[in-house]
Design a protein around this ligand. Structure first.
Ligand code: NDP
Length: 311
């Protein structure tokens, strides 16, 4: 077994929260180790244009933004390893993270492992990704100004995304598999009163249509079994997210619903020296800029906590 010890800080995950934490921690001379995870750069590396990250007037490609964050963190001394954390032991004064057989140890850990959007995983989903198939209306809705779009889901996210899209698109369908939304009353009311939004109840998407980009979906009414094609320019998933927190289960408190890490005072977990930031904590905002902000807070909190340990 290869033991690598005596680091001050390990950051697990490399999305905007992870790299922002790395930039701050590196500039505080903590020489953080970043374990980049299975998708280095996080969810933004699967998107095309990012137009809402401040400072990039003309927009920037998601992968480029993340590559820049990585370089910026390395410039100040962060060590980025393209490795996937497979096991964690957060008990005791020295926290341990394994990558296969290799054990990394540090006094403090920042967890920024992110979350993945739940999708339907129908055939050709990957080919149409960002070509009409999307997970974030706030991020990609703008590309469908005056077009016809659809949102799948019946929770608060579906209400919020469809309402947001109604400010841009010509028409918004909500495709929902039951006949009554489980969303909160106020968001449901706002959605149902919106003239631009039409709900297709008891409906399920069974096929994506279009070759180079999405041109529609085939939907099935699960009460009548009737099928029809629906012409749309974009489909947005709002069917939940899955936080990447499995390796920490049983050690830090996760919410019982979906497994998000519970924090207090923004970034503190219930274990001293273990901090968490970004989409593995936040199921409400889920934006690159909010994750980056929380990454900054986590690094500052970790730095202050480490100072109390050395005195
Ligand atoms: P939810 O888990 O609340 O809702 C997911 C929706 O997707 C459900 O309606 C579910 O259907 C549907 N769904 C799940 N899997 C599938 C599938 N395979 N095919 C079709 N439909 C599917 O997730 P949300 O993201 O909406 O919300 C997560 C949390 O975030 C909630 O606590 C919510 O309140 C909160 N939130 C708050 C906001 C705010 O306050 N501004 C905004 C957005 C979210 P079914 O109903 O049949 O299970």
């Amino acid at each position: 077994m290869n033991n690598k010890i005596n680091r001050s800080l390990i950051i697990v995950g490399s999305g905007p929260a992870g790299y922002t934490a790395a930039i701050y921690a590196a500039r505080a001379n903590l020489k953080p180790l970043v374990l980049a995870g299975p998708q280095p750069g996080g969810q933004l590396t699967t998107t095309t244009e990012v137009e809402n990250f401040p400072g990039f007037v003309e927009g920037i490609k998601g992968p480029e933004l993340m590559a820049r964050m990585q370089k910026q963190s390395e410039r100040f001394g962060a060590e980025v390893k393209f490795e996937v954390a497979t096991k964690a032991d957060l008990t005791g004064d020295v926290k341990k993270i394994w990558v296969g057989e290799t054990k990394y140890q540090a006094k403090a850990i920042i967890i920024t492992t992110g979350a993945g959007s739940r999708t339907l995983e129908l055939p050709r989903e990957k080919d149409l990704w960002s070509r009409g198939v999307h997970t974030c209306a706030t991020c990609d809705g703008f590309f469908y100004k005056d077009k016809i779009v659809a949102v799948i889901g019946g929770g608060d996210s579906a209400m919020e995304e469809s309402t947001f899209l109604s400010g841009l698109a010509k028409k918004v369908y909500i495709i929902y598999r039951k006949d009554k939304f489980p969303a909160s009353e106020i968001m449901k009311k706002r959605t149902l009163e919106n003239d631009k939004i039409e709900v297709l109840w008891n409906s399920e998407v069974i096929e994506y249509l279009g070759e180079e980009k999405l041109t529609g979906v085939r939907i099935k009414n699960n009460q009548t079994n009737a099928e029809k094609n629906l012409e749309i320019n974009a489909l947005f998933f709002a069917i939940g997210h899955i936080p990447n927190t499995e390796i920490f289960r049983g050690q830090i408190t996760l919410d019982d619903k979906a497994g998000y890490i519970k924090t207090h005072e923004n970034v503190f977990t219930d274990i001293a020296g273990v901090f968490a930031a970004g989409d593995c904590v936040d199921f409400t905002y889920r934006q690159a800029i909010t994750s980056a902000g929380f990454g900054c807070m986590a690094a500052m909190a970790a730095e202050r906590w480490l100072q109390t340990q050395s005195t």
